[in-house]
Design a protein around this ligand. Structure first.
Ligand code: KG4
Ligand code: ZN
Length: 382
């Protein structure tokens, strides 16, 4: 294990990814085959198509990751794979492949929780930049197309321990970005489109308000029923509010015109949508993004305070959002809390984060059983 080389494999949603990472701290390769083009016409991930694309991509993606790292298969110390949460059929492709590879090479197989992977994307990059490790415990917001979770992360020897202290009651934040973008005739996935268009609008134009969900008061009682209920998010209401705004302001025709115009552009980009959006639409987009970012920010820092966190980290696809980074960074500075985000490439799904999360597990001998199977509803922490 001296070299600590781990091949990570990720196939939980719509990216087939493989990466080689040394000792959880040095990325030798990081290959991602995105299925965006496959799912874009449907405005969301189609599970059957995802499994088919993973099957098509897994062999070349792993081969490329090993070639780019310049690592022969036999030099690997372990194979790590995402066991969940995610789409069952999609997860199965990565797991079956990783299992066969580990078995053929007679190397340990390590199962990684996708959510823990997102957190390790930040830790990996900090190690690479030789930055001071984050003071612990850290309050981690994992915010993506499938998840909006708050965790309190701490270390116990080499292992990491997580406590789930917040979650969404309905849609994930990324899902709200995707649905609102679709509703407004923009491209898929919606996050990067809204991110790019929002600075052109007035974020105070439309006063969106979040339903007040009362968090259960924090009690220092480890036996309370559901610790994840202390900080609750809900993003389905704002999506409905945007729909209502569209209806009451007669935006349907201009949305349809924009959808048609973008459909005629090969590989349309957010910059193509800008001239197709009037001021009212840009204001709506800016106000939506501001409302979501502020809600995430408020609850994340409330949780950081409630649990005496020494730092904050934000990861997952929505962590790529520019306004989110600016507003979280400003609040962290005000509170004197260190904050970290992954680079844009490691914010969305990738396998470097899976290989990095596997390293402490390999050190602790936490290997997966031969009968490892997909866990579509896997949770992280207690
Ligand atoms: O982490 P990820 O790649 O996959 C999941 O585990 O879900 O996250 C994808 C999600 C999508 O909902 C996408 O719209 C959102 O992340 N996203 C963004 C941005 N880039 C990606 N949301 C807001 N702003 C962005 N710049
Ligand atoms: Zn993810």
């Amino acid at each position: 294990m001296a070299s600590g080389l781990i091949l990570g494999i990720e196939s939980s949603c719509d990216e087939t990814a493989a990466a080689v990472v040394r000792r959880g701290a040095e990325t030798l390769s990081n290959v991602v085959a995105s299925q965006i083009a496959t799912h874009a016409p449907y405005g969301g991930v189609v599970p059957e198509l995802a499994s088919r694309e993973h099957l098509r991509n897994i062999v070349p993606v792993v081969r490329t990751a090993l070639a780019e790292a310049g690592i022969p298969l036999n030099d690997l110390d372990a194979v790590a794979v995402t066991e969940g949460p995610g789409l069952a059929g999609a997860l199965m492709v990565g797991i079956t492949y990783a299992k066969s590879l580990a078995y053929a090479l007679d190397k340990p197989l390590i199962a990684v929780n996708h959510l823990e992977g997102h957190i390790h994307a930040v830790l990996l990059e900090q190690a690479e930049l030789a930055e001071e490790p984050m003071p612990l415990p850290a309050l981690a917001l994992v915010v993506s197309g499938g998840h909006t979770h708050l965790y309190l992360a701490r270390r116990n020897g080499e292992s990491w321990r997580y406590r789930n202290v917040g979650r969404t009651l309905d849609d994930a934040a990324g899902e709200a970005f995707d649905k609102v973008a679709k509703l407004l005739g923009l491209g898929y996935p919606g996050g990067p489109w809204i991110d790019a268009l929002a600075p052109h609008g007035n974020p105070k134009a439309v006063p969106f308000s979040f339903a007040q969900i009362k968090p259960k008061p924090y009690r220092k009682d480890p036996h309370r029923d559901d610790p994840a209920s202390q900080f609750l998010f809900s993003f389905s209401g704002i999506k409905t509010a945007v729909l209502r705004y569209v209806q009451t302001h007669d935006l349907a025709a201009s949305i349809e015109a924009r959808r048609k115009a973008l459909a005629e552009i090969p590989n349309p980009k957010p910059s193509d949508a800008l001239p197709l959006c009037d001021e009212e639409t840009l204001n709506l987009i800016a106000s939506f993004q501001r409302a979501v970012v502020d809600d995430l920010r408020r609850k994340t820092f409330q949780a950081a305070e409630a649990f005496d966190s020494a730092s904050v980290l934000v990861s997952g696809g929505v962590a790529a959002n520019r306004e989110l980074r600016v507003r979280f960074t400003a609040e962290a500075a005000e509170r004197g809390l260190p904050i970290a985000f992954p680079s844009l490439a490691l914010s969305t799904d990738n396998a470097a984060m899976v290989a990095a999360a596997a390293w402490p597990k390999l050190l602790e001998g936490e290997t997966a059983p031969a009968e490892l199977s997909a866990e579509p509803s896997l949770t992280l922490g207690r």
